[in-house]
Each structure stands twice: as structure tokens, then as C-alpha cells.
Design a protein around this ligand. Structure first.
Ligand code: SAH
Length: 212
């Protein structure tokens, strides 16, 4: 089956599994996941499962990415910070929906590779930084101090304070919180500087490697 047709089937699968945000479904219908997986795994690009990428990391499971994006309640004017660029797939999905995406990856080779693919795919609204994303967006261009939405694609041992501090008013942070075996997808909302936390089920991500 052609990749285009497989992509439409994946979108249907996401819809039947509770993804109803039209912006999220539209982004999944547009972004070619086969461009972000290892060439030898392209035939598996539309299976709803994580796949290995370089340096023992993974491209996350599509349904999990869709759930995180849906929890972010994305709006076209949003400026979004992503921690864990990895393959660049989630950055591409975000860049289809919002105005600007800032993405941090600790592994230089992954960041460079994602930057190359995302450039080839024509994105001009993604900014890259190499470093520890748990520190937040610092000493980087554009010099944003706060973000409307922040998403962490790796498992944090606890809610990262520096990221909560970079949430704009009404901003939302989505982060898997827990150890390497068991994490809870956690949503933090900065409601007029009242920090509201809610939990949204179990998930499995590679660990966030941080010095904080
Ligand atoms: N969003 C990615 C998922 C990548 S997996 C995708 O769509 O493919 C998580 C990524 O987080 C890995 O690439 C890992 O190297 C990175 N990571 C782990 N700890 C990090 C940290 N402290 N700062 C930035 N990136 C980190």
C-alpha cells in the first residue's frame, strides 16, 4: 500500500482511539512519518508503535504523540517549546499547527540530522538548540522567555521546575513523569499563575537525561 494511503489509515486509527482535535488529525494526515524513521524501517513507518532511531533513542508511538499534542490544546498563534527533538517528527507535526516551534535535543548528531530533514521538508518556523532541555530555553535564538505550550518527549523524574517557570499565563506543559519503567502523562496549566496539575494515564518514554 502507498505511504499516503497508510497515513490516512493511521489518522483513522488515531481518531478511533480518542484523538478528535482536527488540528492534530490534520497534521498527522500531512506529515510523512517515513521521512523521519531509519531508511531500513520505512516499511514500518505507519505502524502505531515507537521505532528505534540513532543513538539508542526512539521516534515515539504516533498515538502517544497525538495524545500529547491534543492535551496541549494547540492554537495556530502558539509558540511551543519541545524537549527531545529526536527524529524531528513531532517538531514537524507541531510546526504544521502552530506559529513557531523551539526544540532542544541533548544529542548533537540527532539535532543535526533532524534539522537537515526538517529543512528538506521545507519548515521555516522551527528553531533548534543542543543542550539539556530541562534547563529550559536559555541563551538561544529567538530569545523567548515564556511559551504558550511546552511538551517533553522523554520521561522526567519529576515535573521540571525550569519548564514550569517558562509557561506563559494560560500556558500548558505536558510531560511524562516517573522512572524508566513507569510514567504518568502529566499536564500542568498555568492558570493565571495558579499551577494546576492533572494526570492522564500511563506511558513509556526514554529517560530525560538531566543535570538538574
Ligand atoms: N519527539 C521525538 C522523540 C524522541 S525520544 C520524536 O518525534 O522523534 C526523546 C529524545 O529526548 C531523545 O532524542 C533524547 O536524546 C532526548 N533527550 C533526553 N534527555 C534530554 C534532555 N535533558 N534535553 C534534551 N533532549 C533530551
Amino acid at each position: 500500500m502507498r505511504f499516503e494511503d497508510q497515513r490516512q489509515l493511521l489518522v483513522k486509527e488515531l481518531y478511533h482511539n480518542g484523538i478528535s482535535d482536527p488540528l492534530v488529525l490534520h497534521a498527522f494526515a500531512k506529515v510523512p512519518r517515513e521521512a523521519y524513521v531509519l531508511p531500513e524501517l520505512r516499511e514500518y513507518a505507519y505502524r502505531n508503535q515507537p521505532l528505534p532511531i540513532h543513538l539508542k533513542q526512539t521516534i515515539s508511538q504516533p498515538l502517544m504523540v497525538a495524545l500529547m499534542l491534543q492535551h496541549l490544546e494547540l492554537k495556530p498563534q502558539d509558540i511551543v517549546l519541545e524537549i527531545g527533538t529526536g527524529s524531528g517528527y513531532e517538531a514537524a507535526l507541531l510546526a504544521e499547527i502552530v506559529s513557531e516551534v523551539c526544540t532542544i535535543e541533548r544529542l548533537e548528531a540527532l539535532s543535526m540530522n533532524a534539522k537537515k530533514i526538517l529543512k528538506e521538508q521545507g519548515y521555516k518556523n522551527i528553531w533548534f538548540r543542543i543542550g539539556d532541555g530541562a534547563l529550559g530555553w536559555q541563551k538561544a535564538y529567538p530569545p523567548y522567555e515564556v511559551f504558550n505550550k511546552i511538551v517533553v518527549s522523554a520521561a522526567a523524574p519529576q515535573i521540571p521546575d525550569n519548564l514550569v517557570a517558562q509557561l506563559a499565563v494560560d500556558g500548558i506543559l505536558v510531560v511524562p513523569v516517573g522512572n524508566s519503567d513507569y510514567q504518568i502523562l502529566t499536564k500542568i496549566r498555568n492558570a493565571n499563575n495558579d499551577i494546576l496539575t492533572s494526570e492522564h494515564g500511563q506511558c513509556a518514554f526514554v529517560p530525560l537525561i538531566t543535570t538538574c
